[in-house]
Design a binder for this molecule. Structure first.
Ligand SMILES: Cc1ncc(COP(=O)(O)O)c(C=O)c1O
Length: 386
């Protein structure tokens, strides 16, 4: 039914690793959520947006493809100046200009460069014990000593627990897979308490966050608002979720110009052209269609609340998500509360959700917000299991 992951913790015994470096042999790569080849599956496992990107993205890409052979014959702008300007414009009220913006091939690449630039130091990097599972992979890849700080019993981030010597802190906000949001006051505190460490806030899901003191006052809960206040703060974001462009691979970081310069030097020591011409043009078109962006985010937020309440009716304990997924504890009425068995049973019915066989969260499922039709299909499929 699916393609198998191409990587796992250990290379298969059939693979000849004789010519590999020790480093390559010892890697434990990140295993991405399954990307099935079959269209009819209801794919609620990798937090993609259920809606298409702005039609202007397709038009911009099309324009390049039809603009004669030269467009693709030539290398793209290595620094993606136009896109960086457009992103800076989105945040000009916070004093952001293009020197505060870095772009890369998805935020995964931006995060990898962040690890290489700021965390390969003697002091440890601090990160929540339950968070984006790529962080420990980068730590291993770059030889970064990462110390995991336990989330509180309610899965919230205890910012006081980060008050210890470190070279940096990385927090996904909203966190993944919990979906919980940390407020700007706590982020301000982390950045001011660690003036000599780099504090990274990974905002892959921030555009779906509405329930913060900031949003109640009509402001965004994004820490981009704090970049001019703290020269040790890096905020990463992505086009993959709220802008429906996971396939285009565009991510960004906002930070003080000195930190951006470090990222740029690291990029230019690895791959000078991480964003191709289609990605730069498509991403710019997306940024220029803010009305569409706002509409899609609102649709996803509305459906998230419906999904959470439908799951709660079935007995799930649903964490208050601020992302485009929900994280929910499976009730004992459903296959004795065996979350992995529920995920497998849903799969039998053509619905893929994510289960993490990890301590503290193995009774939970992470379910991406889909279309209303997908939501109905999921709830019907769960009812069959009661
Ligand atoms: C917390 C978090 N950060 C970063 C990413 C990477 O996103 P991308 O590389 O598509 O920009 C993801 C993807 O799921 C994520 O969940």
């Amino acid at each position: 039914m699916s393609n198998t992951p191409v990587t796992s913790a250990q290379p298969s015994p059939k693979i000849d690793t004789r010519l590999w470096s020790t480093k390559a042999r010892n890697l434990s790569p990140y295993v991405p959520g399954e990307q099935p080849k079959h269209d009819h599956l209801c794919k609620l496992n990798t937090n993609e947006n259920p809606y298409p990107p702005s039609p202007k993205v397709g038009q911009a890409v099309e324009a390049i493809l039809t603009n004669g052979a030269d467009a693709l014959r030539l290398y793209p702008d290595p620094e993606s100046d136009g896109l960086r300007e457009a992103l800076a414009n989105l945040h000009h009220e916070h004093g952001i200009d293009a020197s505060n913006v870095f772009v890369g091939n998805g935020s995964d690449e931006v995060l990898a460069l962040v690890f290489a630039c700021f965390f390969m130091k003697e002091r440890p990097l601090l990160a929540p014990d339950i968070s984006y599972s790529f962080y420990p992979v980068y730590a291993e890849t770059f030889g970064v000593h990462m110390v995991k700080i336990p989330l509180s019993d309610d899965f919230s981030i205890d910012s006081d627990a980060y008050r210890q010597p470190c070279c940096g802190i990385i927090i996904a906000n909203p966190n993944a897979p919990t979906g919980l949001l940390l407020g700007l006051d706590a982020i301000r505190k982390l950045a001011s308490e660690h003036p000599n460490a780099v504090v990274v806030i990974d905002e892959a899901y921030i555009d779906f966050a509405t329930d913060s003191d900031e949003s109640k006052q009509g402001n965004s809960p994004s820490a981009v608002a704090l970049v001019k206040e703290f020269d040790n703060l890096v905020v990463t974001q992505t086009f993959s979720k709220s802008r429906s462009l996971a396939g285009l691979r565009v991510g960004m970081a906002f930070a003080d110009a000195s930190l951006i310069e470090a990222l740029t030097r690291m990029k230019n020591s690895f791959n000078s052209y991480p964003l191709d011409r289609l990605a730069q043009a498509g991403a710019m078109a997306s940024v220029q269609d803010e009305a569409y962006f706002a509409k899609v985010c609102q649709q996803v937020i509305t459906l998230r609340e419906t999904l959470a309440s439908e799951l709660a009716k079935l007995g799930f304990e649903v964490l208050p998500s601020q992302a485009n997924f929900v994280f929910a504890k499976v009730p004992t009425t459903l296959l004795d509360g065996d979350a992995e068995a529920v995920a497998l049973a849903l799969r039998e019915q053509g619905i893929i959700v994510r289960h993490f066989a990890k301590p503290r969260i193995d009774e939970y499922l992470r379910i991406s917000v889909g279309t209303s039709e997908q939501l109905k299909r999921l709830i019907e499929a769960l009812k069959v299991l009661v």
